[in-house]
Design a protein around this ligand. Structure first.
Ligand code: PEP
Ligand code: MG
Length: 599
């Protein structure tokens, strides 16, 4: 990569061309000053007034986001407002003023940094975003107390690309799109609040670009590509023209993606590929339907537990499964039984701490040890199956008897419901989620005793390569393109075909265009992905041929390294699709987690 081309994380798609403006949104220097005892009450009053004004300002920003983005994104500001309303936070600052005679701004800074250090010390990834919120609100209150202007965008008069160390959501939403055409931030990832807002407002952005402030001097001409996550410094006229042409081609693709929803998902040589949606939370049902999902290939059910302080009842679950099923008439909805454990233990469930939770009491193991919880879920699925095509899928299977016991329970609960006189199916198809090496190696036997196989490539990759899927340090090693994972994938597809059972893939891998090509070639004709990935996936399916996908898969199976596999797939895809339209360097996500699943 040329030293003019910097690589970060593309967090908001699109191309921006313009000179750099470097802004600093950091804590201002707060002078240490002690106030006389007689002024303590005045300082407390000053603090309260500033907090009140900032809260009002945040409420205004929230409304602005509701207008420019959505109600969901506007909630980002609630976190900051709530901090200022916390029972201990502001009162603690008042105590600091009264006891140590600090100025309001010094006391605020002191308290905020104390909390920041405490949170940072826990190393908890979720607290990172809270720290960003805390610092954002602190900068705002201190600027207000010190009568400093907040509006960093004021001086920008011509279209520019803003370069910052870190961008707060508040600053992002105040952007004037006529003048700020792109954003570069040293900090932040796709899930940072500022990134989410940049995406909603439609400003191309590259985050996580370490050293940006040092490398990019004010006034440097830039071409920012928010799809590929790159920033090109000092572009030549030819490079600028190329970037503009690429943007035009991408716009054309966007239009095609809107139309593709209505078109069949068939390869150029006539292979029909079923594309289903992965649904974690109820609001994704509509998104999956809108994007043309042919049913739900993975209905995660953990939110039913994590979003309540108690376990969900049979009625609640039956109603939910029926609702999802009825949203996809004529198509299957695959209910994955509770995949608790690992990183997903809800408060309602008193699980003992374990030294190695990902190798511990997880998923089907928990369900079989807690049969009443499991049987309740099975009954709910059977009841919903009276109205829709419901199927059950068992996660983290390693032993044949886990499937056999589950099937016996399904049969028993079918009889129990019939005795109750309840409208319910006597049984439902039961599938195995192949996401452990044990299940993949024994796929031929699992295929015989189950109704379908669905590969969870997130966990299958993690357990095969012994790479924690959530460990950023190992992100380079987390790849389903490793030859070992590829062999397992082929073996599972072959085993299903030999037994005459359908095989699908529902891990994140399926949503990535190059991998989708590989999976088609390996023999998977059902893919289930996050709803937002469906249009591009269908478009890809319609550009490629099964014959070429098979040839690419065969070549990939013979390759020595994951990089070689990527090169093979890139070449195969380039023959069908303009690769620059995609983000070929994108890291595969290790598995999306809905917010409600983590503490
Ligand atoms: C998987 O492991 O690939 C999968 C789809 O399940 P989850 O990401 O919920 O563990
Ligand atoms: Mg899994």
């Amino acid at each position: 990569m040329s030293d003019r081309l910097l690589k970060g994380i593309g967090v908001s798609a699109g191309i921006a061309i313009g000179p750099a403006i470097v802004v600093r949104w950091t804590l201002p220097e707060v002078p240490h000053r002690v106030v006389p005892r007689s002024q303590v009450t005045k300082e407390v009053r000053r603090l309260r007034a500033a907090v009140r004004d900032v809260k009002r300002h945040l409420a205004v920003l929230k409304e602005r986001v509701e207008d420019r983005a959505s109600v969901d994104e506007a909630r980002i500001f609630d976190a900051q407002i709530l901090m200022l309303e916390d029972q201990e936070f502001v009162p603690g600052i008042e105590d600091l003023i009264s006891e140590n005679h600090l100025t309001a701004e010094k006391a605020f800074e002191f308290k905020a940094l104390e909390i920041r250090d405490m949170w940072a010390g826990t190393g908890h990834p979720r607290l990172k975003e809270r720290i960003a919120d805390l610092i954002g609100v602190t900068i705002r209150v201190i600027n207000h107390l010190m009568h400093r202007s907040e509006d960093l965008w004021e001086g920008i008069s011509s279209p520019s690309v803003v370069v910052a160390q870190e961008l707060s959501p508040g600053l992002t939403v105040q952007l004037d799109r006529a003048h700020v055409v792109g954003l570069v931030s040293e900090q932040g990832t796709r899930t940072s609040h500022a990134a989410i807002l940049a995406h909603s407002i439609g400003i191309p952005a590259v985050f996580g670009l370490a050293g940006a402030i040092e490398r990019i001097h004010p006034g440097t001409m830039l071409v920012l590509d928010g799809t590929r996550g790159t920033v090109l410094l000092h572009p030549s006229p030819a490079e600028i023209a190329e970037a503009k042409a690429l943007e035009t081609r991408r716009r054309a693709l966007t239009l095609q993606l809107e139309q593709v929803v209505e078109q069949p998902s068939v390869t150029t040589d006539g292979c029909r590929v079923r594309l289903r949606g992965n649904v974690d939370l109820p609001d994704e049902i509509e998104a999956a339907r809108r994007h043309g999902a042919e049913g739900v290939g993975l209905l995660r059910t953990e939110f039913l537990i994590t979003s309540h302080s108690r376990l969900p009842t049979e009625d609640e679950q039956a109603e939910y499964f029926r609702r999802v099923g009825e949203a996809f008439p004529g198509h299957p909805v695959v209910v994955r039984t509770y995949d608790l454990g690992g990183d997903k233990f809800p408060a309602a469930f008193q699980a003992p701490p374990e030294p190695n939770p990902f190798l511990g009491w997880r998923a089907i193991r928990v369900c079989l040890d807690e049969p009443e919880i499991f049987r309740t879920q099975i009954r709910a699925a059977l009841r919903a199956a009276a109205h829709a095509q419901i199927q059950l899928m068992i996660p983290l299977v390693t032993r044949l008897e886990e499937v056999e016991i589950t099937r016996a329970m399904v049969a028993e609960e079918g009889i129990r419901l019939a005795r109750r006189g309840e409208a319910a199916a006597a049984s439902v198809p039961v599938g195995v989620m192949v996401e452990t090496p044990a299940a993949a190696v024994l796929a031929d036997r699992f295929a015989v005793i189950s109704d379908f196989l669905s590969v969870g490539t997130n966990d299958l990759t993690q357990y095969t390569l012994v790479v924690d899927r959530g460990n950023a340090r190992l992100a380079d090693r987390f790849t389903p393109h490793d030859p070992s994972v590829l062999r397992l994938l082929r073996q599972v597809a072959d085993a299903a075909r030999a037994a005459g059972k359908p095989a699908s893939v529902c891990g994140e891998m399926a949503s990535e265009p190059l991998s989708a090509l590989l999976l088609l070639g390996l023999g998977y004709e059902v893919l289930s992905v996050a709803p937002s990935a469906l249009p591009l996936l269908k478009w890809i399916v319609r550009q490629v041929s099964l014959t070429k996908a098979r040839a690419a898969a065969d070549a990939a199976l013979a390759a020595r390294t994951a990089d070689d596999v990527m090169a093979i797939l890139r070449d195969a895809m380039a023959a069908a699709v303009d690769l620059k339209l995609l983000d070929p360097d994108a890291r595969l996500p290790a598995g999306r987690r809905s917010a409600s699943l983590n503490p």
